[in-house]
Design a protein around this ligand. Structure first.
Ligand SMILES: Cc1ncc(COP(=O)(O)O)c(C=O)c1O
Length: 385
């Protein structure tokens, strides 16, 4: 029987069994609408507010600053379009970076079409943001800066504290996509100058289809969805109660286990990388070697194509991914690695292993056992094609 080893936790994570248990009653007996004032509504309203507190504890914010959304894509859209609309009387300039997730880049492109000006900052070859370039990019009309906490492809961590200090000095609103950082490393919120923080439950063992935008008190932002008065008039629509309850439980678990999990996962990740580097020549690491998430390893295998590599890994039961995804037969180049100035050969042979709480030493042993033969075989075929 083929083993199934999941090393794609930056794409999504398995739902934690305790999260599922917590959610089930809200699909069965607790069906009320949290806006209803009768017993059925009050019961679920209480659960939503408890979950809000659990999310707030993980972030270190006030529960009133948590706005539930349908996913981080919505949170990012709301942050960028909502702040642009609310602050347009102050200016029309937005600053972001080349390595953001498409759910940040695309709303910025949309706003450009609406007449806003967008500056997209370059990163260096380790995926790090140049703060001098950031300072130079800010003008009197800059109203918003959107820079991520941790990169989803490489795990590189931006210096969010310093970026926030600059934003505060210049009077700019700072939005930070913290989707990949939440649940893996402690988040800077309390003493930071981040105004808006995007989160997604399914990246931290919670359910899909639920996210949050943390909005610091006093931040001017327009809603994306207009309708009812849910989420204190900041996000209309009947709440995804089961999703919210699951998100809250996932945050509670992460708050409790993150410190020990991240040390264990980083050890596994480092052993995986060491093992690969020692047995397979022509492998390089993409991203910052130290300032990165504990679970992410983005490697380039020279003379290998990532689509055939992923296919062979899949045949061996290993789920991993690549920023250079193959869609409809064509290899799409990773915009992140391209922005880092990584050479084409290294981009083409790029694989991301992203570990999670479910991974064990045995998973790493198995991968290290089968990988050299796969790479050797592919180097014979891929290099020739
Ligand atoms: C950095 C980052 N931002 C945003 C998203 C979008 O999250 P969601 O799936 O909740 O829309 C992802 C998902 O991969 C991500 O990695």
């Amino acid at each position: 029987m083929t083993r199934h080893i999941y090393l794609d936790n930056n794409a999504t994570t398995a739902l934690h069994p305790e999260v599922l248990e917590e959610m089930l009653p809200f699909f069965r007996e607790h069906f009320g609408n949290p806006s209803s004032i009768h017993w059925a509504g009050r019961r679920v309203k209480t659960a939503v507010e408890e979950a809000r507190e659990q999310v707030a504890i993980l972030v270190g914010c006030d529960p009133s600053e948590v706005v539930f959304t349908s996913c981080a894509t919505e949170s990012n859209n709301m942050a960028i379009k909502g702040v642009a609309a609310a602050r347009q009387a102050l200016g029309n300039h937005i600053v972001t970076t080349t390595v953001e997730h498409p759910s940040v880049i695309t709303p910025c492109v949309y706003l450009e079409h609406q007449g806003f000006k967008v500056t997209t900052l370059e990163v260096d070859n380790e995926g790090m943001l140049d703060q001098k370039a950031l300072e130079a990019a800010v003008t009197d009309s800059t109203i918003l800066l959107s820079a991520m906490y941790a990169n989803n492809e490489t795990g590189t961590l931006f210096p969010v504290r310093e970026i926030g200090e600059l934003a505060a000095r210049k009077g700019i609103c700072f939005h930070c996509d913290a989707v990949q950082a939440a649940g893996k490393i402690p988040l800077e919120w309390k003493n930071s100058n981040i105004h808006l923080l995007s989160l997604s439950a399914h990246k931290l063992q919670g359910p899909k289809g639920i996210g949050a935008l943390i909005i610091r008190k006093g931040t001017k932002i327009f809603p994306l969805l207009h309708g009812g008065s849910q989420e204190r008039n900041r996000r209309a629509g009947t709440e995804n109660v089961a999703g919210i309850v699951g998100f809250g439980k996932a945050c509670e678990l992460a708050t409790r286990t993150m410190a020990t999990d991240s040390v264990r996962i980083a050890e596994l990740r480092d052993r995986l990388e060491r093992g690969i580097m020692e047995t397979i020549p022509g492998v390089s690491l993409n991203g910052h070697p130290l300032k990165r998430l504990p679970n992410t390893s983005n490697l380039s295998f020279l003379e290998v194509k990532s689509d055939s590599f992923l296919f062979n890994l899949d045949l061996a039961g290993i789920a991993a991914s690549s920023g250079s995804a193959c869609s409809s037969g064509a290899l799409k180049t990773s915009h992140v690695l391209k922005a880092m100035g990584i050479g084409r050969g290294a981009i083409v042979g790029n694989i991301r292993f992203s570990l999670g709480p479910g991974n064990s030493d045995a998973d790493v042993d198995y991968l290290l056992d089968i990988l050299p033969a796969i790479v050797q075989r592919l180097r014979g075929t891929d290099a020739a094609s």
